[in-house]
Design a protein around this ligand. Sequence first.
Ligand code: SF4
Ligand code: SF4
Length: 176
Amino acid sequence: MKKRWIIVVAVLLTITFNVFSESNEKIELTSYSGILKQIAGNWFLNTGEDIIELSLAPDAFLKENKIELTSKMELSVNGILQEDKLIVHSLVIEEIELPIRDAAGEALWKNKPYYVNPDKCIGCRLCVSKCPNGAITMVKGVAVIDTDKCDGCGICADGDGEKYQGCPVNAIKQTE
Ligand code: SF4
Ligand code: SF4
C-alpha cells in the first residue's frame, strides 16, 4: 500500500515538473536583416541569401504603434521560421526594437478571430492561399478557420487591397 502511494506521488511530481518546464520554456528567436519588399500585399525580407516571407501584424496594429514599413527600407527582424514563413516577434528599425508578439509568442494585438459560415461557403478556396497565417483549410469542401492561428487581420473576408477582393459570397465574418 505504502509503495503504491510512493508511485502516485512520484508520477504527480513528474507531471508538475513537466508542466512547469513547458510553461517556462524560452522561445529561441533567430535574427534576420535585409531589405524589405512588398509583393502582392505581402511583406518579404531580402537577406541577400534568401527571400523570406514575413508574418507580421495587421496594418491597423502597425499604424497604431507607429511602425511604418516601406519597400526598400533596411530592417532586422527576430522571429521563428515556420514552414516557409517567418513568424515575426519583433522588428528592429533604426536600432529600436518594436515587439509585435510577447515573450511567449502571443500576438500583442487583440483582433477577434474570423470564422466561416459553412452554409454560405461555396468552396472556391480563394481565401485559403490569402491567409498570411495558414489558418484556413478546406474540410469536406468547406473552408474552416483555425482560431488559434487566426490573428484577425480580416484579409480573408475583406480582401488584401490587391487582386483578392475577399470572400465572394460574404461567408466569412469576425467573431462578436
Ligand atoms: S472565399 Fe468564401 S466561399 Fe471561397 S472557400 Fe473561402 S469562405 Fe468559402
Ligand atoms: S482573418 Fe482570415 S486571413 Fe486573417 S488570419 Fe484570420 S483566417 Fe487568416
